[in-house]
Design a protein around this ligand. Structure first.
Ligand code: AMP
Ligand code: MG
Length: 489
């Protein structure tokens, strides 16, 4: 069945030519089947619902059929991994189908796990079902939280065997983004002294994604500054919600300031500022509290890569400088909102209140998401008790709560409560929830994936207590602490 509305593909990245990418034949999955489809995103992309249910769609998203108008390719990039220059990397298992023309502008569609590419190096070009479910659910969770991210349209699975620590099965995630260009794309051409290509890439990004930079006195410095500011906003959003990315290598940093490449990520359970979510990160380089500085380090790499275009080092440094004000301001604003304090009535002591709250959570190992969510009802007696119940040390709680209550009393309480309910999600993709969905999917039961997708797409809503939704907002079980997530995916 052909799509009732023909899909319009533009493929502007492919037109950059052979220095940037290689045409990529897709490697079919054996006897693919659906694992999950994201109807909300499909609608936004203008995909017809009946087409998405078709065999043609299944074959398309499994990489078994090439749709007319697409130009599948793998792009080349390089990057710094764990602080070291890693040389050429590239799309080792992601294939860009092309750029779909949608009502929201151009949207690129990539198949992750669609087979070997010229950039696969030692890898097999595949992704396993386990990590595909994590990426699918988490990118939609981030979108639901209002955090800039690539998104995921569907997962197709197959019984094809893939070797990781154990034998697992293969899957393909179809993911979308206005662009999949990473800091590492710029580093690639800069390190190879290919300054013409570097300029082509920068001009491409400016033209399509940062048009305001075109008219700046120094367009490339303006680009660096705009990326720094978006990245700063992204880091503030991650920190406020307790998201740990886990592998902030420069090849995993989006030039659009989006969350990209969901690997060993984790939402904090208890608030531990030094938490390391990636079992392979033995030095803790990407610990939760290091993320903002690492983002700056990565931006510095981007600045260095752009230097042949910016020319004056001081212009690059000035562009990066914006990070140092945008990040703390954005974080403070988000933390204030989490406390129910409106920006328009900010007070000097608010910073101290934010710090004392975070100190309290860390000292008493309080569950991050549950603390903040319960705070939304702190203004009622029962609500305040529900927050207090999280603490064994009641005196420590009361010492913190008294000045907070006084500060909150200066606010319009309905407005504060609403602000908190929109800043403190009830549902996040905790590791154990992903794990439960993965275990069920292992025996072809995808109902947990669907249930999680449903609540995570509107994580600030209460959701009725049907189908076990409320349990998804519970404390993690004891076994959650033993889950080890590594780079293996
Ligand atoms: P990541 O750590 O997932 O960001 O991947 C780093 C680099 O390794 C990228 O160039 C990926 O495309 C590549 N890569 C990761 N896993 C595989 C795989 N299974 N097959 C081929 N390339 C891979
Ligand atoms: Mg990556």
């Amino acid at each position: 069945m052909p799509p009732t509305t023909p899909l319009i593909w533009r493929n502007r990245f492919s037109q950059l030519g052979s220095d940037f990418s290689t045409p990529q034949p897709l490697r079919p999955l054996s006897e693919p089947y659906w694992v999950s489809r994201n109807a909300a995103l499909a609608r936004e992309l203008g995909l017809d619902a009946s087409w998405l249910a078709s065999q043609e769609a299944l074959e398309t998203f499994a990489g078994n059929r090439v749709l007319r108008g697409t130009e599948p390719l793998a792009s080349v990039y390089s990057g710094h991994q764990f602080g070291q220059w890693a040389g050429q990397l590239g799309d080792g298992r992601a294939t860009l189908l092309g750029e779909l023309h949608t009502q929201h502008g151009g949207m690129e569609l990539q198949l992750k796990g669609a087979g070997l590419t010229p950039y696969s190096r030692g890898g097999d070009g595949r992704a396993v079902l386990r990590s595909s479910i994590r990426e699918y659910l988490c990118s939609e969770a981030m979108h639901g939280l209002g955090i800039p991210t690539t998104r995921a349209l569907c997962i197709t699975g197959s019984d094809d065997r893939v070797r990781r620590e154990e034998i697992e099965t293969a899957a393909v995630v179809a993911r979308t983004s206005p662009s999949f260009i990473r800091f590492g794309h710029f580093e690639h051409f800069s390190h190879a002294n290919q300054h013409d290509q570097l300029k082509t890439l920068a001009d491409f990004v400016i033209e399509h994604h940062y048009p305001a930079c075109r008219d700046a006195a120094q367009p490339y410095a303006a680009l660096l500054q705009a990326v720094s500011e978006r990245t700063a906003e992204l880091m503030a959003a991650w920190q406020a919600v307790g998201f740990c990315h886990g592998v902030m290598n420069t090849d995993n940093m989006s030039i659009l300031g989006l969350t990209i490449d969901y690997g060993p990520f984790q939402f904090l359970d208890t608030f531990d500022p030094g938490h390391i979510c990636n079992h392979s990160d033995t030095q803790g380089r990407y610990a939760y509290n290091k993320q903002p500085n690492i983002a700056y380090w990565n931006l510095f790499c981007l600045g260095q890569a752009l230097l042949p275009l910016i020319e004056e080092q001081e212009h690059a440094l000035a562009a990066l400088e914006s990070y140092k004000t945008v990040f703390p301001n954005a974080l403070e604003s988000r933390m204030r909102a989490k406390l129910g304090l409106n920006d328009d009535a900010a007070q000097n002591d608010d910073k101290a209140l934010i710090e004392s709250t975070l100190k309290l959570l860390a000292a008493h190992q309080i569950d991050h998401t549950i603390f903040w969510r319960r705070l939304c009802v702190f203004s009622s007696t029962a609500g305040r008790e529900s927050v207090r119940d999280l603490f064994l040390d009641r005196a420590a709680f009361e010492t913190w709560a008294a000045p907070f209550a006084a500060r909150l009393a200066q606010q319009d309480i309905n407005r504060s409560n609403a602000l908190m309910r929109h800043s403190n999600p009830k549902y996040v993709l905790r590791n154990h929830l992903g794990e439960q969905a993965i275990r069920a999917a292992g025996v072809q039961d995808y109902s947990e994936v669907e249930k999680l997708l449903h609540v995570l797409q509107s994580p600030f809503d209460e959701h009725a207590d049907i189908d076990g939704h409320q349990a998804l907002a519970d404390f993690p079980p004891d076994w959650a602490a033993g889950i080890e997530i590594s780079c293996s995916s």
